[in-house]
Design a binder for this molecule. Structure first.
Ligand code: KIV
Length: 284
């Protein structure tokens, strides 16, 4: 396990003040969290995208609070020091402020999270305010908000037109004023992201496919390492083709077992001759 220090909110704001970009990846399991911890990733998001990346659904909507708690706690065990963000799944905050606070509290108490994230603009400002008042750091999510994919007409760029872009800028202000310490802009034009940045007060602005001007970058782990079989979004860079490495390994496994070249003596355990002779006697 790495010996780095726990990432804190002041440490994140120091990066912003020093002009050092913040790194943020999604993660859903213990071994991957361990690797991200070793790599020194600043923030980890256990996204409700786990419904797609880990469970094979076509949208994020089927993720439940219990799914999220189970996976987020595993990620915390793998990465004790990253700033861990629990992503509030569909209908765990939309119904009421109280629902939002209770579910945000589960992420903190049951998973050891540092913060939670929820989707939506000014209409979610009271949820953000309630969670922040409960002492829980909260992140807003604007632009392409996958829980509203049906209303948005698909996984596509948001804020291309001036009117829609103005709404994103206004929503960002509303979320910041409600108490969000950070706002994620997903798939909005780089110029819109820059305007949000310029107007932000004490609020960290993160980009997912929204250009280079933000305080840091988020990527979906499965996109960045070619592990999602259905599609690769244009905005995602593949940093390493882990899928290809695993595919090669699987082909080797199937071949060696089929050809009886695996296992070899170093892969099994023998039994002393006298114990074996005794066993045969006992079995008579
Ligand atoms: O669930 C998730 O991974 C997310 C990202 C798309 C930002 O919310």
């Amino acid at each position: 396990m790495s010996d780095r220090k726990k990432v804190t909110l002041p440490a994140l704001f120091k990066k912003v003040a020093d002009g050092v970009p913040i790194t943020w990846l999604t993660c859903y399991d213990y071994p991957t969290a361990y690797l991200q911890e070793e790599a020194g990733v600043d923030m980890i998001l256990v996204g409700d995208s786990l419904a797609m990346t880990m469970l094979g659904y076509d949208s994020t909507l089927p993720a439940t609070m219990d799914d999220m708690v189970r996976h987020t706690a595993a990620v915390r065990r793998g990465s004790p020091n990253a700033w861990l963000v629990g992503d509030m799944p569909y209908m765990t905050y939309q119904p009421s402020v109280e629902t939002a606070i209770r579910n945000a509290g589960r992420f903190m108490a049951e998973c050891g999270c540092d913060a939670v994230k929820l989707e939506g603009g000014a209409e979610m400002a009271d949820r953000i305010a309630g969670i922040a008042r409960a002492g829980i750091p909260v992140i807003g999510h604007l632009g392409l908000t996958p829980q509203s994919v049906s209303a948005l007409g698909g996984f596509k760029l948001q804020g291309k037109g001036a009117a829609q872009a103005k709404k994103i800028v206004d929503d960002a202000k509303a979320l910041e004023e409600a108490g969000a310490f950070c706002i994620l802009l997903e798939l909005v034009p780089d110029r819109v992201c820059r305007i949000v940045m310029e107007r932000a007060g004490h609020c960290i602005i993160m980009s997912l496919g929204s250009g280079p001007h933000a305080h840091g970058q988020l990527l979906i782990y499965h996109d960045a390492f070619a592990l999602y079989p259905k599609f690769k979004p244009r905005m995602a860079k593949v940093f390493a083709d882990a899928g290809a490495v695993i595919r090669q390994g699987l082909a080797g496994y199937v071949k060696e077992v089929t050809e009886r070249t695996f296992p070899q003596p170093e892969n099994w355990f023998g039994m002393p001759d006298e114990e074996y002779a005794e066993l045969l006697k006992l079995l008579k």
